[in-house]
Design a protein around this ligand. Structure first.
Ligand SMILES: [Zn+2]
Ligand SMILES: [Zn+2]
Length: 272
């Protein structure tokens, strides 16, 4: 099988552990064909907040250079696996120029655009949102994800139904309608990641991949392409639950995944 893990963090973000090399070794041991690092971008968009725990400050901007160097160094060292250079960037409307600056600065293979908070509410992680309930959270979150796709800034969209990790979903009819709109708006403007972090991190005991099968089927229907990631913050989490990832790919009718080189997409049959 041709499986890749394109969502991998490093110790630099403040809430991950291990050495870059250990992540690569796990990927090789699990038989992955590619590993892509995609650490959190420095928090350029939020007002300085001394109360923000250090674990949430993201990578320090001065560490970016060393991060890129490390990934490129291992790429030339390891021949048994392809190593890709990526970055996970928060999508915050109004900061498009700054995001473009990051995009130009290094030879990225791909950029993941993720929504972690609703900027007009606050800069707190959405999963800790207290002022707004699921009726507001789900539509607003999906609208931001759709905007991220339409912005054309990103190659991949991260964990597109993240709020389900902490909030009960709305009625099936309402969710269905929201999923329809979201998948239609994404279309071919960005690739959606199947992110296995949803399985191991649910706060409600109903862990499932981001996105769930219903949403993924609609993505397929609307010609949305997909790629794979574990959102590993520890070396041992690289490629975790990929048996479930391949099940859901199969169930949604995806024979191909997307791989990236220098921000160019290539379709790859994953069963090969
Ligand atoms: Zn993280
Ligand atoms: Zn994320």
């Amino acid at each position: 099988m041709y499986l890749v893990d394109y969502h991998v963090h490093t110790i630099r973000c403040g809430h991950a552990c291990g050495d870059d090399r250990e992540y690569i070794e796990v990927a090789i041991a699990k038989g992955l064909k590619e590993i892509g690092f995609s650490d959190h971008v420095p928090r350029f968009y939020s007002p300085p907040n001394p109360n923000l725990p250090v674990t949430e400050r993201g990578m320090d901007e001065v560490e970016l250079e060393g991060y890129v160097e490390s990934v490129l160094k291992y790429r030339s060292e390891y021949k048994e696996i392809k190593i890709k250079l990526g970055l996970e960037i928060d999508y915050v409307p109004g900061w498009e120029e700054r995001i473009e600056e990051f995009a130009k600065k290094y030879p990225w293979d791909y950029l993941i655009g993720s929504v972690h908070f609703v900027p007009e509410w606050n800069y707190e992680y959405i999963l800790r949102e207290k002022e707004h309930g699921p009726e507001e959270i789900f539509p607003r979150y999906f609208a931001l994800v759709a905007e991220a796709a339409e912005s054309g800034l990103f190659d991949i969209l991260g964990h597109i139904d993240l709020p389900k990790r902490a909030f009960r979903t709305l009625s099936p009819e309402v969710m269905q309608e929201l999923y329809q709109q979201l998948s239609r708006r994404i279309g071919t403007s960005a690739v959606v990641e199947l992110n296995s972090y949803g399985i191991r991190s649910s706060k409600l005991g109903n862990g499932e991949i981001y996105p769930n099968l219903e949403l993924l089927k609609l993505c397929r229907h609307n010609n949305v392409k997909v790629t794979l990631g574990s959102d590993a913050h520890r070396p041992q989490d690289v490629g975790t639950d990929y048996d479930k990832v391949s099940e859901i790919l199969e169930a949604a009718g995806y024979d191909q995944i997307v791989t990236f080189n220098g921000r160019k997409q290539e379709l790859q049959s994953w069963k090969a």
